[in-house]
Every structure is written in C-alpha cells, then in structure tokens.
Design a protein around this ligand. Structure first.
Ligand code: FAD
Length: 387
C-alpha cells in the first residue's frame, strides 16, 4: 500500500492533472530540492530572479488564470503544483503563491487592460516578480485598520505608509499596494525604483528562511492616475486575492506533511535501537499511524475543496476549513516526524525541522488559526465574533 496516498485519492485525478503533478514534482526534486537546505541556512534565496525564471518556464505562475501568458489550468492542478512545491519548502510555495495568487490575481481581476498587458505576461514567464503589500506594523488580522493613505493631488495619487512582512518585497519589480483613500481601500501598482518607495529585508527569521521578507516604506510615493487598479473597491478586493492564495496553502500544507511523513517512515525503518528498527516499536507505530491519518486526510480535504472550486461551489469558509485543518495536520506531522528522527531531526540533513518551523509562518499568514476558527464559527452559527 502507498502510505502517501493510502486512500488512493490521486486515482480521482485526470490525466492532465496527473501530468502536471508529475512535471512539477520532477522539476522541484531536480532543480530546487538540492539547494533548499542551503538557502534556508543562508536565510535567503540568493538569486530569486533565476529561481523565478525556472518556475516561469515550468508554467506555475498564475497557472489558474486565463490569457496573458497564463496556463489557464483548473484549480486542482494549481493545488497539485502547490503540494509539490511545498513538499520541498514552504518558502518556494510562498514565492509562487505571492506571485500568482496575490499579485497576478489582483492585476488580472482588478487591473485595466493596459496594466494586464504590461505585467501579466512577464510575471507568468518569471521575468518580473511581484509582491502584495497589505499587512502593516499595526494592522495584521484586521487589515481594514490599515494606516497607509492614498490621497489625490491633481490627477496623481500620493501614497504614504509602511507595509510589513511583505514576501518578495525587496526583490519585486512591481508591488501591489493596498491603501486607504477617501472613498475606501484601493489597490495601486508601484514599480520598483519609484521615488519614495524603499524596502528593508527582515533578518533574524527562524521560519520561512528560504524566502525574502521585507518592510516597505512609502514616503510621498507619487503615482499617475493609471497606477490605481480601477476595479478594486474596498477591503473585499485584497481579501478575494487572499482566498485564492489560501487555497494553495490548503494543498501546500499537505505537501509539507507528506514530506515529513516520508522522511520519518524512512528513518524509522532504518534506524536501529535495542536491536530492532525503531519502526518495530509499538509507540513508534502509533506515531506512524497518526501521521498516516493526518497526511491522507489532508489530501482528501484538499481534493474535495479543489473539486468544489472547479465546480464554482467553493465558499471562502470552505477554504478557511481547509487552511485550518491542513495546516494543523501538517504541524502535528512535522513535530511528530522531528521526534522520530531523534537528534538527527534537528539538523538540515533531514527536512523535518525545516518544515516544522516553516509551518509557523504558514499558520500565521493568510489568516491565523484563530481568524479561520472565527470565520467557521460565523458560517455555522450566524454570529460574528470577530470584534
Ligand atoms: P495579529 O493580527 O496582531 O495577531 C496576533 C495574535 O492575535 C494571533 O494569534 C491572532 O490569531 C490573534 N488575534 C487577532 N485577532 C483576533 C481575534 N479577533 N480573536 C482572537 N484572536 C485574535 N502580509 C502581506 O500583506 N503580504 C505578504 O506577502 C506577507 N508575507 C508574510 C510572510 C511571513 C513569513 C509572515 C510571517 C507574514 C507575512 N504576512 C504578509 C503577514 C501576515 O499576513 C500577518 O502576519 C497575519 O495576517 C497576522 O497578522 P499579525 O502578525 O499582525 O498578527
């Protein structure tokens, strides 16, 4: 029996979905896996544009979007790609999520034709990197409280404020910045090098180290009228993009969990203590059974939500369900797998602790567990407990 697809969930995939899964898996294992522990140790991706070009050629940036050089696949295929990417490292899946589901989706959904033609083909090819600036130092789970301001000056816009924890921020060719205007929240495209825009990389992260996280300061950033995303009106616009990215996390978390389980199973079969492989001890088998259940339930959840999405039936609370369930499952599996590895489990020779600490970020961004619990609570009780 295949422990990583125990319930034979992947039998429900069609040929195209399977081909995409295999192509992304092969690419990730050959091109990214050999480097990722080194990048994690260095606390950066040394050449993010080169990595982006490779991923662009693979076709994963904005792969679920139509036109403008995007592949136009179904949601399940995009999810499968996220699962394979995050089985290598959450930082790499984050790069793809931020580029495709956040920055490109914002432009695709809310941008003008000129904005789409200018940015989407280059972003799909990985020739331009994007970031998505919503969070601020004092505005995280409650993005509606943002302080970044956009004011009119003649036909121009002028932006002032600070964005925090922005993935790809310091290396992005274009930043999608959300700001409070007089008539509500609006989105703006701020190209790299615009006077008044500066980025500082966040150092000292103990999680998602193979990913570039930045603070962005906007100090009197003057933009022409055409820099605003014309169709983005209110907080719903960035939240819709977040829901797209969260869908990728539902699958990605299943990938991180699978990789931890695979490593733990391998290790338990080969590591001998008291004259037997540690896999032969009942306590270890209990852990293996728990991991087996978590990994396979996560895959089932991801595929079910993917099919709902492709049928146009996925509500944002379905995605909250998936994020809450699968990230928690992945955290349990990673912690258990780390323990199974004994001392070896704390090193970068094995992927388990890298995944374990990465999942702390995955649990925090795109809505914390508490926020998704409140979303689910509201969906089934009809009472909002957010404030
Ligand atoms: P807070 O909102 O201050 O929450 C602190 C704690 O309080 C949490 O446990 C939270 O669950 C809890 N809490 C808050 N409100 C409630 C409530 N009503 N009831 C109960 N508990 C509550 N943001 C971007 O815009 N773009 C990015 O590219 C991006 N990348 C990121 C990359 C990394 C590595 C990380 C760690 C974060 C990134 N973020 C990004 C930011 C991320 O989205 C926020 O960290 C997240 O929304 C949580 O906000 P916060 O950190 O300010 O925590």
């Amino acid at each position: 029996m295949n422990p990583h697809d125990f319930l034979e969930v992947d039998r429900d995939l069609d040929d195209e979905e399977r081909a995409i899964r295999d192509a992304v898996r092969d690419y990730c294992r050959a091109e990214l896996l050999p480097h990722v522990a080194g990048w994690f140790e260095a606390g950066t991706i040394p050449d993010p544009h080169a990595v982006a070009k490779g991923l662009g050629a693979l076709g994963v940036f904005g792969m679920h979007l139509e036109g403008y050089g995007c592949a136009g696949t179904n949601a399940v295929s995009y999810g499968l790609a996220c699962r394979e990417l995050e089985a290598v490292d959450s930082g790499l899946r984050s790069l793809v999520s931020v580029q495709g589901s956040l920055a490109m989706t914002a432009i695709h959904r809310y941008g003008s034709e000129e904005q789409k033609l200018e940015w989407l083909p280059r972003m799909a090819a990985g020739e331009a990197l994007g970031c998505f600036g919503l969070t601020e130092p004092d505005s995280g789970s409650d993005p509606g409280s943002m302080r970044t301001r956009a004011r009119r000056d003649g036909t121009d816009w002028v932006l002032d404020g600070t964005k925090m924890w922005i993935t790809n921020g310091a290396v992005a060719d274009v930043a999608v910045i959300w700001a409070q205007a007089e008539d509500g929240i609006r989105g703006f495209l701020v190209p790299r090098g615009t006077p008044g825009l500066s980025a500082t990389v966040v150092h000292g992260k103990l999680s998602l180290r193979a990913s570039i996280t930045s603070e962005l300061v906007l100090d009197g950033v003057r933009l022409p009228h055409e820099a605003a995303l014309p169709l983005a009106e209110g907080i719903k616009a960035p939240l819709t993009c977040l829901s797209e990215a969260r869908f990728g996390i539902v699958w990605g978390a299943a990938g991180a969990a699978r990789d931890c389980f695979e490593a733990a199973l391998d290790y338990a079969r080969t590591r001998t203590q008291f004259g037997r492989p540690i896999a032969a001890f009942q306590l270890t088998q209990g852990k293996i059974a728990d991991m087996l259940v978590d990994v396979n339930q996560a895959n089932l959840t991801a595929l079910r939500i993917g099919r709902l999405k492709d049928e146009g039936r996925a509500h944002h609370s379905h995605i909250s369900f998936g994020k809450l369930a699968n990230v928690r499952a992945a955290q349990r599996v990673a912690a258990t797998a780390r323990g199974v590895h004994g001392a070896s489990g704390i090193t970068l020779e094995y992927p388990v602790m890298r995944h374990m600490v990465n999942l702390e970020s995955v649990a925090t961004y795109e809505g914390t567990a508490e926020i998704h619990a409140l979303t689910l609570g509201r969906a089934v009780t009809g009472h909002s407990a957010f404030r």
